[in-house]
Design a binder for this molecule. Structure first.
Ligand code: AMP
Length: 428
């Protein structure tokens, strides 16, 4: 399937060519025709599947064609709500890139920074607004903008908005938008609260489901170190002596922990930065920018700060701390293996975390292969989680079905076969 078969107009096709997208991803193939027809959609998809383009392309195209038919003043016609500033910025970048050859204006508003620059841009007139809920409500209350002419609404990462306590704000915002509209709701998971929101706000939606989770697991190589808590920092520094770890996102459970890890890495001569909720928006963006530009090898983040980060060719994710919620493991893993690329996830598990490990393994329905021959490896007594996975391939050949022209090269670790888990399932 090619993009032009999806009836995408020439100026947008040209922009996609500039982005070096060759073919649409599955969610794009499924969603674009439905959305071009103006239908509502309920999409189960997470970041990394190409879902932003799946909704951005039809929105841009429909607004552009509408404008061709009838010239009208520039007012906000499409609103995209996203849970975090980073994700909102990323979505905005996508809209700007795909819409570069058409006269549709997009901007983004989010909290944590001075509002005056955002208001100035809004006053110049825009067609598409990307926003985090808090700042949007704030500016509406100040009468700096209105949603009275919005005819397209997107809720992105709805489950994350729920987790972050935004659902009330989101409902308030939706109540301000005309009922006559096209609505799109995307969520990685579909808990009850999201399903009931979907029932409330969507009109006969088409259900689109991509299952990146299993697909992603297929291409990502996971490994696990059982390690004493106090030795985790040394283990991380040891692992980072491998220069194949080119672009590494390290997850810490706490903000304080993230700072501590970054500080130790810097002391050991490894360039790193921490991002979390206590850092200013400017500092977070700068760190992200440097990381994306590959000037910064290691970024240490808490889950909320890392949510939605889209970095091309991120080689490794390190779970310095295991997440409290098993599902978060999948989200973290999704930071690598983007758009079908492979990647590596290395997890550290201390004795205190073995229960979390069990939850994760149950959730992902497989055992994560344990690295046993490292000087840092420990054997914990309470281990029923060490069951040997059913099979390891001897010669793993990850198929990096990149959608992109230039696929990233993902170095194989030396003891690669030991990490290969693609066929492993937990024993009953
Ligand atoms: P998303 O799920 O929207 O966060 O997209 C994940 C990544 O895939 C981003 O870096 C996009 O630029 C990229 N991407 C989206 N669609 C395509 C495509 N059709 N071909 C190649 N890359 C894509």
């Amino acid at each position: 399937m090619e993009f032009k078969e999806l009836q995408i107009i020439e100026p947008i096709l040209k922009a996609l060519k500039t982005k070096e997208y060759e073919d649409p991803t599955p969610i794009q193939t499924e969603s674009i025709p439905i959305l071009l027809q103006g239908k509502d959609i309920l999409g189960s998809a997470q970041t990394g599947t190409g879902k932003t383009a799946a909704f951005a392309i039809p929105i841009l195209q429909n607004l552009y064609l509408e404008k061709q038919k009838q010239k009208s003043p520039r007012v906000i016609k499409a609103l995209v709500l996203a849970p975090t500033r980073e994700l909102a910025l990323q979505i905005n970048d996508n809209f700007v890139e795909y819409g570069r050859n058409i006269d549709i204006k997009t901007t983004v508003i989010y909290g944590g920074v001075n509002q005056s620059k955002q208001i100035k841009i809004l006053n110049q007139g825009i067609d598409i607004l990307i926003a985090t809920p808090g700042r949007l409500l704030d500016l509406i209350q100040q009468k700096k903008l209105t949603l009275a002419k919005v005819s397209i609404l997107v809720l992105d990462e709805a489950d994350r908005m729920l987790d972050m306590g935004f659902i009330k704000d989101v409902k308030k915002i939706i109540a301000m938008i005309p009922k006559e509209r096209q609505t799109m709701l995307f969520s990685a998971t579909m808990p009850k609260a999201i399903m009931s929101l979907a029932n409330e706000i969507l009109n006969e939606p088409v259900r689109v489901q991509v299952t990146p989770e299993e697909a992603t697991i297929d291409k990502i190589l996971q490994s696990l170190y059982l390690v004493e808590k106090k030795r985790k920092l040394d283990l991380l520094i040891h692992l980072l002596s491998n220069k194949d770890m080119k672009s590494v996102l390290v997850f810490s459970r706490t903000k304080h922990g993230a700072n501590k890890i970054a500080k130790h890495l810097i002391q050991s001569g490894i360039r790193s930065e921490a991002i979390h909720g206590n850092k200013s928006q400017g500092a977070r963006q700068e760190a992200l920018f440097q990381f994306k530009a590959k000037n910064l090898r290691v970024l240490v983040a808490t889950d909320i700060a890392a949510r939605g980060i889209d970095i091309d060719e991120l080689s490794h994710v390190v779970n310095f701390d295991l997440p409290d919620v098993a599902e978060t493991y999948i989200h973290r893993m999704g930071r690598t293996g983007r758009a079908g690329l492979g990647g590596f996830v290395i997890s550290f598990c201390s004795e205190e975390e073995t229960k979390l490990l069990q939850d994760i393994q149950r959730h992902i329905k497989m055992n994560i292969p344990v690295v046993k021959d490292s000087v840092y490896s420990k054997v914990f007594d309470n281990v029923d989680y060490q069951k040997k996975p059913q099979s390891y391939s001897k010669k793993p050949q990850p198929s990096y079905n990149s959608h992109k022209k230039s696929s990233a090269s993902h170095p194989k670790p030396k003891n690669y076969s030991k990490y290969d888990n693609r066929n492993s399932k937990p024993k009953k």
